[in-house]
Design a protein around this ligand. Structure first.
Ligand code: ASP
Length: 438
């Protein structure tokens, strides 16, 4: 049993160790040059960056092969459209619910009321530029698929790969070897994910140690009301709203779901990127929750790109906070605009660290709040980014499972099996024995 607990527990322990060590360094050694140079900006930085690259390295090939398998596995183009539409509508619904909850709670608690605006905090801040919505739509289609792959543009990659896979189906017999090759390559990529998960505890440790030695927890204090409201709404959404929808639509046990999502949540938390977490989310959803590759391969990367409940929550609370600080009353139409804009904004931006702030600039602009207000919340954004990314990933997986259940493409037996998909020790086969049969 203990051996089976293996990797997830180990990652969790190393994560806490990183957090504690990082906070300690921040508290007592933030100006000890040796520690900063060799540990924080040396060892932790290198290990953390290596780990993030390792994860990102997997995303594009994994999504491509997995998506080709998924579409070919469906064998039915209508089903693809249906799955896509269901997922899209559910993503919109959860994001809208998330931001509505955020605005409601924030309006009641009133973070930022009585906050003293210091001139310096907002003065030298340049607002990030948000892409216009028309460009977001045009950019769905890659003018050059190789460039889309080279830049890791997820929506473009998804668009091209689906079209390519649908055409494999249309060509039929002649193209079957390509579908088979994709299946084998997908199998291999999944194995690469498993191998990377064995290295993960140390990567997670380094990321946590670096972030917390630079950030510390002290920054939270002056921002405590804003920080606490975002954190509470994130928790309410992940364990309340999402789980009620999950139970209602899928009739599966939310507690089992949450338990099995722990690994993906930790990865999301420590990397702050739903995109970089795609390999782990895909693995958890397929191997741990029992969702068919045909649904997971499409809905998970789609969700990582367009579904950001946690980010929408931060934006809702931040809007109320900034409006309070500047003493501006947005009124009900203002808040409805915020809800609409936040939902649209989450579609157009990829799940990478810090992107939520760029989207926030777009939202603030739209309702006429000063974009410089972002400078006020930047200090705690790194930490909130980690938390909201975990919620974003939870939302992606919950919707994937709901859609899979409605399409009958989930193994309920695997879902309910507590040990399904556990990462256990990697056994390197003796290559000369040629024992590849499984
Ligand atoms: N880091 C978040 C994600 O990858 C996006 C954000 O809120 O900045 O999902």
């Amino acid at each position: 049993m203990d051996a089976k607990k293996g990797v997830t527990t180990k990652i969790l322990i190393w994560m806490c160790a990183g957090l504690i060590l990082g906070s300690l360094i921040n508290a007592v050694a933030s100006d000890v040059a040796f520690i900063q140079d060799y540990l924080v900006n040396g060892l932790f930085h290198v290990l953390g960056a290596l780990f993030i690259s390792l994860l990102k390295m997997l995303v594009v090939p994994l999504v491509t092969f997995s998506l080709i398998c998924g579409v070919c596995g469906l064998g039915d183009i209508n089903k693809l459209g249906r799955v896509g539409l269901k997922a899209f509508l559910l993503f919109l619904l959860t994001t809208a619910l998330a931001i509505t909850l955020a605005i409601t709670v924030a309006s009641i608690v009133g973070p930022g009321q009585g906050f003293e605006l210091s001139e310096s905090s907002a003065s030298n801040f340049t607002a990030p530029v948000a892409p216009p919505l028309t460009q977001v739509i045009i950019d769905l289609v890659p003018s050059n698929p190789i460039a889309a792959y080279a830049n890791g543009n997820m929506l473009q990659i998804i668009f091209f790969t689906i079209l390519f896979a649908v055409c494999i189906l249309m060509v039929g017999e002649k193209a079957r070897p390509i579908a088979e090759a994709a299946e084998r390559l997908n199998e291999v990529m999944m194995q690469v994910v498993t191998v990377v998960m064995h290295i993960a505890p140390y990567g997670v440790f380094a990321l946590m140690a670096k972030t917390f030695s630079l950030q510390g927890l002290g920054l939270i204090l002056p921002m405590i009301s804003y920080f606490a409201v975002v954190a509470i709404v994130l928790l309410l959404h992940a364990t309340g709203t999402l789980m009620i929808l999950f139970k209602l639509f899928s009739k599966l046990d939310p507690l089992v779901f949450l338990r099995k999502m722990r690994t993906a949540q930790i990865f999301a938390f420590s990397t702050s990127s739903s995109n970089a977490t795609i390999p782990v989310t895909l693995r958890s959803v397929e191997k741990r929750l029992g969702v068919d590759n045909s649904t997971a391969s499409f809905v998970v990367p789609f969700g990582a790109t367009i579904n950001m409940d946690g980010t929408a929550i931060m934006q809702g609370v931040a809007t109320v906070f900034i409006a309070n600080v500047y003493g501006i009353d947005l009124g009900i139409t203002g808040y409805l605009t915020v809800i609409g804009m936040a939902v649209l904004a989450s579609i157009g931006t990829a799940g990478v660290p810090g992107v939520g702030l760029i989207m926030l600039a777009m939202v603030l602009n739209q309702v006429g709040l000063p974009v410089e207000g972002i400078a006020l919340i930047m200090g705690v954004d790194r930490l909130l980014d980690m938390m909201r990314t975990a919620v974003n990933v939870t939302g992606d997986a919950a919707i994937t499972t709901i859609v899979a259940k409605s399409e009958n493409s989930i193994s309920v037996e695997t879902f309910n099996d507590p040990t399904a998909g556990h990462v256990e020790e990697v056994h390197l086969p003796h290559l000369h024995k040629n024992d590849s049969a499984t």
